[in-house]
Design a protein around this ligand. Structure first.
Ligand code: GLY
Length: 376
């Protein structure tokens, strides 16, 4: 008899877990009213741990490098199961200064990248423009990061949904209102039981323990407004991901150009504002002026699930791990962290965690934050 797994939340993390666990022989049900259409759909899809390495975030960097290393095989297996392209492109990333202040700040980031032994090389303005002719003539130097790639998040999501179907994952299009280690209460009131429950609900991950205690984790929504443009003209569309300070431009092979993203502490608000669209377009235009010719196709806002230390929360909750498994709080890196998160959760479910898994799980353990409230 197959063990059953209930995965609550159908973003890139939940879908990756559902696919990987179904491929390992579990009978999996995914609970989400609209799988794949939350923050993962809105995201940019940068796989850029070097470009996003910051002081004091060594754990985030470690997790990102380990997950990025898994991307090629993850995508190859996914495309095999899905029978479709997952949109992974190895094209490298440029971190580019618009002015002297940017150049000084990017130099500091480059020093950090060097100190951490990351693959990053300084380039002068003319070297940058030879590498990427779509850049503005006014750029002031920057960093070439040959191993920071991208994946088209929407193709990835569609591939994950297809691969889940291939592996027999059952999609239950309802919200879960309460979860325990062995049950999911649906919005219809129905109670569904499973041998294992995995919570992958992004920004709102409360769970109820079997003893009635409510466990909450400090995951908050961090709003990101992001634009999608379209152009097939070579002079408009860069051939690498171009990052500036507080802005990025990601070109897709089909002519889509993603421009992101704001970072706003506004609660559960997904309004798109004129000011944000204006700022994003201006900042992107200063790096890649040709985008002024592109069609503006979409402006959306997504909610990144942020945690106090910017690391995800992965593992069993509750006293001595008696509760469900959570995999939440992936903040800016849901797409990047998905392969490793799915591997860690599968390791927990199959009792096959390696010593590398154990170390990574230690970084992400729920107990560092868990608050427990006994309900009357
Ligand atoms: N990692 C890109 C973003 O959060 O906008």
């Amino acid at each position: 008899m197959k063990y059953t797994v209930a995965v609550v939340g159908g973003g890139v993390i939940g879908l990756s877990i559902a696919w990987r666990t179904a491929a390992r022989g579990f009978s999996v049900t995914m609970y989400d009213p609209d799988p794949g259409h939350g923050a993962s759909w809105v995201a940019g899809g940068m796989l850029a741990p070097t470009a996003e390495a910051y002081h004091g975030e060594e754990g985030v960097l470690r997790f990102g490098l380990a997950s990025r290393a898994r991307y090629p095989s993850f995508v190859a297996e996914l495309e095999e199961d899905a029978g479709r392209d997952a949109g992974y492109t190895e094209q490298g990333t440029l971190l580019v200064a618009r002015d002297a202040d940017d150049a000084a700040e990017i130099r500091r980031l480059f020093d950090l990248q060097q100190a951490m032994g990351l693959p990053a090389e300084w380039r002068t303005s003319s070297e940058l423009r030879r590498l990427e002719p779509a850049l503005a003539r006014t750029v002031r130097g920057g960093v070439w990061m040959p191993l920071d790639h991208q994946v088209d998040n929407r193709r990835l999501i569609k591939a994950l949904c297809a691969a889940c179907s291939t592996r027999g994952v059952c999609f239950e299009r309802q919200s879960a209102v309460e979860v325990t280690s062995s049950s999911v209460r649906l919005s219809s009131g129905e109670l569904s039981r499973a041998d294992h429950v995995v919570v992958a609900t992004g920004a709102n991950p409360s769970v109820v323990m079997d003893d009635g205690a409510l466990v909450t984790l400090p995951v908050r929504p961090v709003k990101g407004q992001i634009l999608r443009l379209r152009s097939v003209a070579a002079a408009v569309c860069p051939s690498h991901t171009v990052r500036g300070l507080g802005i990025y431009v990601i070109p897709r092979s089909d002519g889509e150009i993603v421009v992101g993203a704001t970072s706003e502490e506004k609660g559960f608000d997904t309004t798109v504002t004129a000011g944000a669209v204006m700022d994003l377009l201006r900042d992107a235009w200063e790096l890649v002026p040709g985008i002024a010719e592109a069609e503006l196709v979409e402006a959306k806002a997504g909610l990144r699930p942020g945690t106090p230390d910017n690391l995800p929360i992965i593992g069993r909750v509750g006293c001595e791990g008696s509760g469900p498994i959570v995999a939440v709080g992936h903040y800016r890196h849901g797409i990047l962290f998905a392969p490793l998160t799915a591997e860690l959760v599968t390791g927990l479910l199959t009792d096959s965690s390696t010593s590398e898994h154990t170390e990574l799980l230690k970084l992400c353990e729920p107990a560092r934050f868990e608050a427990r409230e006994v309900r009357g």
